[in-house]
Design a protein around this ligand. Structure first.
Ligand code: CS2
Ligand code: MG
Length: 409
C-alpha cells in the first residue's frame, strides 16, 4: 500500500491550521495535524519542501520505519518545527492503517482501557464574579474538571482570561479577535499574581465546594522559589494540578518546587521529545505529561514518552487547546482511551468554522470524551469549507514586566 499523493493544507477557520493529507494507491486517505501556533508556515514548508518528496511511493504501513527515517535522516535532532512535521506524517499513517484494518485507531493501540476520557475545560474571568459565571457555564456543558484563570488586580489583560465576557462563549485564545500585524503586548507582575491567586481559589472552593476538580496554569512565569511558594499556598484548595509553573526548558527547576509542595505538577506543552522529560520522569519531579500528539512526533512519539512515564506512576494530561486541530485532538483521544496511565484530557472546544472544515466523530458526554467507532481517526477534511478561510498571519502575545522587561509568556 504505497503513498501516491501528499497534500499540505493550510486554512484558517477561526484560526490557522496545517493539515497533511496522504492518499494511498488503494484510495485510503489519512490526515495528520502539523499546526504550530504562530509559526504555522514553517511547518507547512518543512512538509511541502523537505518531507513530501520522501513520502511518495513509500509503503504507508511502515509507520515506525518512516518515523525513524524522518527523525534520524534529518540529522538535526528534535525542535518544534521538525517534530510537528513528523507528527503530521505519523498520525496520517496511523489513520490510514486503522482504516485499512477497518477499526477505530484505539483498537490498534491496544484496545479500550476505559469507557471515556475525562476532560477539563477553561473557565476564566476578569474578576471573581465573571469567573463564577464561566465555571457555571462549563458545568452546564457537562465539565466535571475545570481550569481557572483570572485577571490580576492592577494588570491589564493577562494570559488565559477571556476578553469577551459573554457567558458560554468565553475564550482567551488570540484568534480571530486579536489578529494584529504585530504581537499584542501584555503586562505582568509576579508578586501581584502570587498575592491574588490563593484568594481566587479560596473563593471558588467556598462557592463550589470540595468536589469540583480544579486546575491552574502558571504559563512558565515564575522562578523556582516563586513556584514553590504558589504550590504551597494552594495546597488547602486541593488542585488536580499546577501547570507550567516554571520555564519548561530547565528540568532541574522542578526539584526545588517539589521539595516544598505536594501540589501536583504538570508540564510539557512546549516539549517535543522524550529527552525533554528525562530528568522530570526518572526523578519523579512531575505528576502529569502535558505534551500534544501534534508537537511530539505524533502517536509514535508521544506513546514512547507516556510508556516511560507509566513506569513512575506519572500520568497523561494531553495538550488540547484550540490550536491543536480536530485531527490532533482525535489522535489524542484514541491514545487516551487505549493507554493505562491516562490522567485527564484538555478540551477547549473548537468554533463552528473549524468544525465545518474538520468533520469529526468524537463525542463529549457528561464530562467524558470518546473518539467514536469510525475506522481510522474519525475525522474528514472538507476542502470546500476550507477554501472560504485562507491563511492569515497571526501572532501569539508577548509579555513584559511593569518596567518593560520582556518576560516569559
Ligand atoms: C495553554 C495553551 O492549553 C494550555 O494549557 O497553555 O493555550 C497555549 O498557550 C497555547 O497552546 C499556545 O499555542
Ligand atoms: Mg498550558
Amino acid at each position: 500500500m504505497n503513498i501516491v499523493r501528499v497534500e499540505v493544507l493550510v486554512a484558517s477557520p477561526d484560526r490557522n491550521f496545517v493539515t497533511l493529507r496522504l492518499t494511498t494507491d488503494d484510495g485510503l486517505v489519512g490526515l495528520g495535524d502539523g499546526t504550530l501556533n504562530g509559526r504555522e508556515l514553517a511547518v507547512a514548508s518543512y512538509l511541502q519542501d523537505h518531507v513530501a518528496p520522501l513520502l511518495l511511493n513509500r509503503d504507508a504501513h511502515r509507520i515506525e520505519d518512516t518515523w525513524q527515517y524522518l527523525y534520524r535522516g534529518a540529522y538535526w535532532r528534535r525542535g518544534p518545527v521538525t517534530m510537528a512535521a513528523i507528527a503530521a506524517v505519523d498520525v496520517a499513517l496511523w489513520d490510514i492503517k486503522a482504516q485499512a484494518a477497518g477499526m477505530p485507531l484505539y483498537q490498534l493501540l491496544g484496545g479500550a482501557s476505559r469507557n471515556g476520557a475525562r476532560a477539563y475545560g477553561h473557565a476564566s474571568g476578569r474578576d471573581i464574579p465573571e469567573l463564577f459565571d464561566s465555571i457555571r457555564a462549563h458545568q452546564a456543558q457537562g465539565y466535571k474538571a475545570i481550569r481557572i484563570q483570572t485577571g490580576v488586580p492592577g494588570l491589564g489583560t493577562v494570559y488565559g482570561v477571556a476578553s469577551s465576557p459573554t457567558v458560554g462563549q468565553q475564550r482567551y485564545d488570540y484568534e480571530p479577535a486579536r489578529r494584529t500585524a504585530l504581537p499584542v503586548e501584555e503586562q505582568w507582575d509576579t508578586p501581584a499574581y502570587l498575592r491574588h491567586v490563593p484568594t481566587v481559589f479560596e473563593a471558588v472552593r467556598n462557592e463550589f465546594g470540595p468536589e469540583l476538580t480544579l486546575l491552574h496554569d502558571g504559563h512558565h512565569r515564575m522562578t523556582p522559589i516563586q513556584a514553590a511558594k504558589l504550590g504551597k499556598s494552594l495546597e488547602p484548595y486541593d488542585l488536580f494540578w499546577l501547570e507550567d509553573c516554571t520555564p519548561g526548558e530547565n528540568q532541574e527547576a522542578l526539584r526545588l518546587v517539589r521539595q516544598h509542595t505536594t501540589t501536583p505538577l504538570a508540564i510539557g506543552e512546549v516539549f517535543n521529545s522524550v529527552w525533554d522529560y528525562q530528568t522530570l520522569i526518572s526523578e519523579q519531579l512531575i505528576d502529569y505529561v502535558r505534551s500534544a500528539v501534534t508537537h511530539t512526533g505524533g502517536i509514535s512519539g508521544l506513546r514512547k514518552i507516556l510508556d516511560y512515564a507509566a513506569q513512575y506512576q506519572i500520568k497523561s494530561g494531553i495538550h488540547g487547546p484550540t490550536d491543536i486541530s480536530p485531527v490532533g485532538m482525535a489522535a489524542a483521544l484514541h491514545l487516551d482511551i487505549a493507554i493505562h496511565n491516562f490522567g485527564i484530557q484538555e478540551y477547549m472546544r473548537h468554533g463552528d468554522a473549524t468544525n465545518q472544515v474538520f468533520r469529526q466523530s468524537f463525542t463529549f458526554t457528561d464530562g467524558y470524551l470518546h473518539p467514536g467507532e469510525q475506522p481510522g481517526l474519525g475525522v474528514t477534511y472538507d476542502d470546500q469549507a476550507a477554501a472560504a478561510h485562507p491563511y492569515q498571519s497571526a501572532y501569539l502575545p508577548v509579555n513584559r514586566l511593569l518596567d518593560g522587561t520582556v518576560h516569559d509568556w
